[in-house]
Design a protein around this ligand. Structure first.
Ligand SMILES: C[S@@+](CC[C@H](N)C(=O)[O-])C[C@H]1O[C@@H](n2cnc3c(N)ncnc32)[C@H](O)[C@@H]1O
Length: 350
């Protein structure tokens, strides 16, 4: 039986495919969960080209990636300068223990401190948002702790009068957390706000799921018509419950070993397509595996992103380089740091 732990699995829990592996963070991948393993971090840190305060500027398409702190205005200004983003999409640590661990990167602190942390980075994020722009935040709720931080966070955002709430999206995971005594927990939350009145491209909302339900009939020009005949598309719109996004796990090409909180590219691409045009600037304060950067690169947008952890920043830059070289959006189960992989077996794709 999986999921014996006492923790919500809001992230890619497929990584912990081996029985009992959760406690040690052991995975099927060639790189273990980086936020957990001190020894592993010591080996990787010398491979990181940036240290705190540094910014890498992409000579090809103008992206920027930095090791910076989202709560510090001077750090944020260092990467954005006077530019403002058409889309700000942030995926902070959720304040929910991830895979039984409370680590520096994916932490759980008391709600008061978490809200203080959140308000600081939110203030900086609002400052770099253009006057007509889209603003997204991924978040979670821990039912074992009064559903925090989701409701507390939502109430806190009311301090930002320039942000207008637009939607509350749920991304449905295929796998989840649950005993036989509760509904399985399969959701991740995405809050959507706007500043001003930005354009929204509804085309981005169409899924590739065909409409299957036939509805009531309506008379058009004296003929009784069926619902599907009159609709704009034969496919359903994603709406605010997204059920068509595959979770990231070690068999998926885009998987980035070592990153336990990776978001699926498809979700970020959907957001980008609905909110921006080619060449627009997108900002993401919590890079981790660099998903927003890769999505932006694929869709010809410019991305400024950063993380407080130099290891995740190195991974983010390597992921872009790897994508440009191979066309692959990740490493599946293989090691993004082959330099430290002592098992020199052929790293075949599975
Ligand atoms: C939930 S993950 C983001 C996942 C990302 N969307 C992806 O798809 O890979 C949160 C990240 O925030 C970073 N982080 C934590 N505190 C931070 C801070 N003060 N400033 C910038 N990044 C921070 C962590 O190191 C971690 O990599």
């Amino acid at each position: 039986m999986r999921n014996k732990t006492n923790t919500l699995s809001l992230f890619n829990d497929e990584l912990f495919a081996q029985e009992g592996a959760e406690k040690k963070g052991k995975t099927t991948e060639r790189l273990e969960r980086l936020d957990l393993h001190g020894e592993l971090r010591k080996k990787i840190l010398p491979l990181c080209r940036l240290k705190y305060g540094d910014i890498w500027e992409d000579p090809k398409n103008g992206h920027k990636v930095g090791v910076l702190d989202a709560t510090k205005l001077e750090d944020v200004k260092k990467i954005t300068g006077n530019e403002k983003a058409k889309l700000v999409v942030n995926d902070p640590p959720y304040n929910v223990p991830v895979g039984s661990a409370n680590t520096k990167a994916l932490f759980k602190i008391n709600i008061k401190d978490y809200l203080e942390f959140s308000e600081k980075w939110m203030r900086n994020a609002v400052l770099v948002t253009d006057k007509d722009a889209h603003f997204y935040i991924w978040l979670g709720a821990d039912y074992k702790d009064n559903f925090q931080p989701l409701p507390d966070f939502i109430i806190m955002t009311r301090k930002f009068g320039e942000l207008k709430p637009k939607n509350f999206i749920t991304l449905r995971n295929q796998r989840g957390y649950g005993t036989q005594k509760n509904w399985m927990w399969v959701r991740q939350e995405l809050l959507y706000y706007v500043k001003g009145s930005p354009k929204f491209d509804v085309e981005a909302e169409y899924t590739d799921i065909p409409k299957i339900l036939r509805g009531y009939y309506k008379e058009v020009n004296g003929r009784s018509t069926e619902n599907l005949e009159r609709s704009r598309s034969e496919y359903i719109r994603a709406g605010n419950v997204w059920v068509d996004v595959q979770q990231v796990f070690y068999r998926v090409e885009e998987n980035v070993p070592g990153c336990y909180a990776q978001k699926p590219l498809k979700a970020i691409e959907r957001i980008i397509l609905s909110a921006t045009a080619e060449g627009d600037l997108i900002v993401d304060f919590f890079a981790h595996s660099g998903t927003t950067l890769i999505a932006g690169e694929k869709l010809k947008r410019k991305v400024y992103t950063f993380d407080i952890d130099p290891i995740f920043v190195e991974i983010t830059i390597r992921r872009l380089e790897h994508f440009r070289k191979t066309g692959r959006a990740g490493w599946q189960w293989r090691n993004p740091f082959p330099e430290i992989d002592d098992k020199k077996e052929k790293q075949k794709w599975i």
